[in-house]
Design a protein around this ligand. Structure first.
Ligand SMILES: Nc1ncnc2c1ncn2[C@@H]1O[C@H](COP(=O)(O)OP(=O)(O)OP(=O)(O)O)[C@@H](O)[C@H]1O
Ligand SMILES: [Mg+2]
Length: 441
């Protein structure tokens, strides 16, 4: 008798949910990304009980026609990908065609959507992956997805959820990140009693940072002015292919002044083509940029945005799409490091380094040694020419992932990848609350 059998669709969806939907914030992430991919300019996230009872994401994007509203819940149903070749240059945040069916498999989900070109909208209801109801409805253009009672049919998963406040914190962090990556769009996050985030559209990233964190945080940061350069092949990498020569890497963002010290990497956010990612290579580039500026066991706060042609980065390397692989990793690493260094240089006049080094002023625990100033002059900033071979992060004791995995003295501590990103984000809500109260007073 055969031992192997094909799993029913419902079971397969629940397994996929294990990878994609870990907690309420994962649902928010998928829904937010769908709204952004749908071209929404305004996204409202409503939560109840830390997202455990209800997550509702309302957008003004292009919506879905009746048939698409149903198709969207089939596994591997996506409007964002047509062939395997498309996988090589993904321009959307989503592409797997898995998020909606997996969320629907572990919750009670209501989709209300209307394509602006259609006379009326569609309302589709699922419970535990089963289609309960489909009907036409008079709706405004755009999409609203309500996810109630997450994991109600998977009690084992529900038990792993943390307190309502913690889960809400993860959601707030996530919305904060997407708001940072999209300053031109409005983001709102509410609970039944509070409006936690409300950022109307602004023109500049600096304005968005101010909206979210307040003046003090902005003052602690130095802008990394937008710099770009054509991709180059490192000696260890294959030659540039025809057409690739014109590919450009752009780096911009904010990074903390040398005197700012964080005990972990929770203040570091890296976005590649507006996708929030966790990337060891870029973390290492940031670490390198602060070499001799910060002691090894403290960290800066950095918001780093990298823009590059979609085929220079593989985003299809992690089920939750939070890890990426760069084609020209050495170039990306060095260019990001140099861009940050340049920005830091502009904040600290060389004279003060010399003074600190000769002992004329009181020692500052984070003052760089004299070699710091020299280090720059010989560097050929922004050259993009690889000068160093990147050591393994383990050698530096920074672990395999992001900062929160690493507590000074702990060394690397492996943990399931799906959990790391949320730990990184954990500090954000506290900052948000502080920033908000500062704005009020
Ligand atoms: N808010 C929305 N507005 C308009 N269309 C949407 C929205 N959310 C989902 N869709 C449509 O439903 C499809 C399925 O969504 P789903 O999130 O499951 O997959 P995906 O975004 O294509 O890929 P991924 O699984 O990587 O997120 C999308 O491709 C899109 O066409
Ligand atoms: Mg999606």
């Amino acid at each position: 008798m055969s031992r192997i059998r094909i799993l029913p669709e419902a079971v397969a969806n629940k397994i996929a949910a294990g990878e994609v939907v870990e907690r309420p914030a994962s649902v928010v992430k998928e829904l937010l990304e769908n709204s952004l991919d749908a071209g929404a300019n305004s996204i409202r996230v409503e939560t109840e009980v830390g997202g455990k009872r209800m997550i509702r994401v309302i957008d003004d994007g292009h919506g879905m026609a009746h048939d698409d509203a149903l198709l969207a819940f089939e596994r591997h149903a996506t409007s964002k990908l047509r062939s395997a070749d498309d996988l090589l240059s993904i321009s959307t945040l989503g592409f797997r065609g898995e998020a909606l069916p997996t969320i629907a498999a572990v919750s009670r989900l209501l989709l209300e959507t209307r394509d602006a070109n259609e006379a009326e909208g569609t309302r589709v209801e699922f419970a535990g992956g089963k289609l309960i109801n489909v009907k036409s409805a008079g709706l405004a253009p755009g999409t609203t997805i309500s996810v109630a009672d997450l994991f109600y049919c998977v009690p084992a998963r529900r038990k792993f959820l943390k307190s309502d406040t913690t889960e809400l914190g993860h959601i707030a962090s996530l919305v904060t990140h997407y708001a940072l990556a999209n300053p031109g769009k409005q983001f709102v996050l509410t609970t039944p009693t509070q409006e936690i985030i409300n950022c109307p559209p602004v023109e500049k990233l600096a304005d968005r940072v101010y909206q979210l964190f307040g003046k003090q945080t902005l003052d602690e940061l130095v802008e990394i002015p937008s710099v770009s350069a054509d991709f180059r092949a490192a000696i260890t990498e294959p030659e540039m292919e025809p057409g690739e020569e014109s590919a450009t890497l752009m780096v911009t963002g904010f990074t903390s002044r040398p005197e700012i010290q964080r005990p972990n990497r929770n203040g570091i956010y890296v976005f590649v083509n507006r996708r929030l990612v966790r990337d060891r290579l870029i973390l290492h580039a940031i670490h390198e940029a602060y070499r001799n500026i910060l002691p090894g066991n403290v960290f800066p706060a950095t918001l780093l945005f990298l823009e590059m042609p979609y085929d220079e980065v593989d985003v299809n390397v992690h089920p939750a799409k939070i890890e990426v692989r760069f084609r020209r990793s050495q170039f990306v690493h060095d260019f990001a490091r140099d861009a940050i260094r340049q920005a830091l240089m502009s904040t600290r006049p060389i004279a003060s380094f010399a003074a600190a080094a000769t002992g004329n002023i009181a020692p500052n625990p984070v003052a760089p040694p004299a070699s710091f100033a020299q280090g720059f002059t010989g560097g050929g900033e922004n050259s993009g020419v690889p000068r160093t071979v990147i050591p393994h992060l383990e050698e530096l004791g920074v672990g395999s992932g992001v900062g929160s995995d690493y507590a000074p003295g702990n060394g690397a501590r492996p943990s399931p990848t799906g959990r790391r990103i949320f730990r990184v984000l954990r500090r954000m809500p506290r900052q948000l609350c502080r920033a908000r109260s500062r704005l009020r007073t």
